[in-house]
Design a protein around this ligand. Structure first.
Ligand code: GDD
Ligand code: MG
Length: 345
């Protein structure tokens, strides 16, 4: 069995005003009917060999997780007393699973347009994980993005995998441009397959503080129905680091499985626009509000009620949510998270 470990920690301020502290990005139906969290859970169904999900989240997301996970799923919800980044979050899940189990770490804030390709890649990744590899999903790199990790493709292992010759988390722009030009780097999709004991061994080797303090917090933790609470004081003293820096950049056993699955991390409004169905002029509409566009190209309008009418605009995004209206050019989307509205929701 493969154990899905669903990470639910981020807030998604760059998708303000839709994503807010009260209803953050993973819990919104951004593409289609399901929320990103619901979609992440349903990509790992029992009939494809997945165990019930292990969700790792904080107090502030707990109500949304409980509601959207439903009651029939089984599984566990691991509640972080404070956020200590992904190395600790994954270690927490690892400490709650059998040591020979394969865990599939899945962010809860991504969109995957082709779930079948995801499932195929997951099975291939799990096979490699059973041989001791720490496996990343590789996404074809199409731009010199600096917010992603990069995987350098090494020699083939098995039918579908490669050794990761180098893992570079969040390179600077010049380095990212160089990687793109070389053509043998993929983006790290943030989805990983590990055997529990291999992950914990590597963490112990490269970040012993995280490995031992999380284990202690789990040993002193308590169960409450399907929730599990690690000891709060102990967990608070865990070093904060991402799995990418802590483990993936350092391990000698990194592998990758290329996954062509129409992936997007929906990192900003433009990325969401690209994941949505667009008309022949590249325009798209979401939300329940009425919308009229005349002579527009590449415009996204998302309104939760008020009618929005737009004439003659190009490369613009208009979002209406409650009392908030946010309008940006496509070029400005990275700055949305820095708006006062997004910062003080
Ligand atoms: N439970 C929990 N606790 N989840 C967390 C925490 C935490 O403390 N911190 C982050 N997460 C969750 C986020 O909600 C997200 O689903 C996932 O872990 C990854 O964290 P991000 O903060 O979004 O990481 P990133 O986007 O900067 O980089 C990662 O993802 C990229 C692809 O989207 C890296 O893995 C990159 O290498 C990768 O390219
Ligand atoms: Mg992210």
């Amino acid at each position: 069995k493969i154990y899905p470990v669903i990470l639910c920690g981020g807030s998604g301020t760059r998708l303000w005003p839709r994503s807010r502290a009260s209803k953050p990005k993973p819990f919104l139906p951004l593409v289609g009917e399901s929320t990103l969290f619901e979609a992440a859970v349903s990509r790992c169904p029992a009939e494809k060999g997945f165990a019930p999900p292990v969700v790792v989240t904080g107090h502030k997301h707990l109500d949304h997780v409980e509601e959207q996970l439903g009651s029939g799923e089984g599984g566990q919800i691991l509640v972080e007393p404070v956020a200590r980044n992904t190395a600790a979050a994954i270690a927490l899940a690892a400490c709650r699973l059998p040591e020979d189990a394969v865990m599939l770490v899945c962010p809860s804030d991504h969109h995957i347009g082709n779930p079948h390709a995801f499932a195929d890649a997951a099975l291939a990744a799990a096979d490699l994980a059973r041989e001791g590899w720490l496996v990343s999903f590789g996404i074809e790199a199409t731009a010199p993005e600096t917010g992603f990790g990069y995987l350098k493709r090494g020699e083939a292992i098995g039918a579908k995998g490669f050794r990761t010759a180098q893992f570079v988390e969040k390179p600077d722009l010049e380095t990212a441009k160089g990687f793109l030009a070389e053509g043998i780097y993929a983006w790290n999709g943030g989805i990983f397959a590990f055997r529990v004991k291999d992950f914990l061994n590597e963490l112990q080797m490269h970040r012993p503080q995280i490995a031992s303090v999380v284990a202690e917090a789990v040993a002193k933790g308590r169960e409450e129905g399907r929730r599990f609470h690690p000891d709060a004081d102990t967990f608070a003293s865990v070093e904060s680091d991402s799995v990418d820096y802590a483990v993936m950049e350092n391990t000698q056993h990194a592998a990758m499985v290329p996954a062509d699955m129409n992936w997007s991390d929906i990192g900003n409004w433009h990325a969401l626009h690209e994941a949505l169905a667009r008309d022949e002029n590249g325009n798209s509409v979401r939300g329940s509000g009425k919308t009229e566009m005349v002579d527009c190209r590449n415009v996204l309008v998302d309104s939760d009620g008020p009618r929005v009418s737009v004439i003659g605009l190009e490369d613009v995004i208009v979002v209406v949510d409650g009392d908030d209206i946010m309008i940006t050019t496509v070029a400005g989307v990275q700055k949305v998270g820095k708006l006062d509205g997004a910062a003080n929701q």
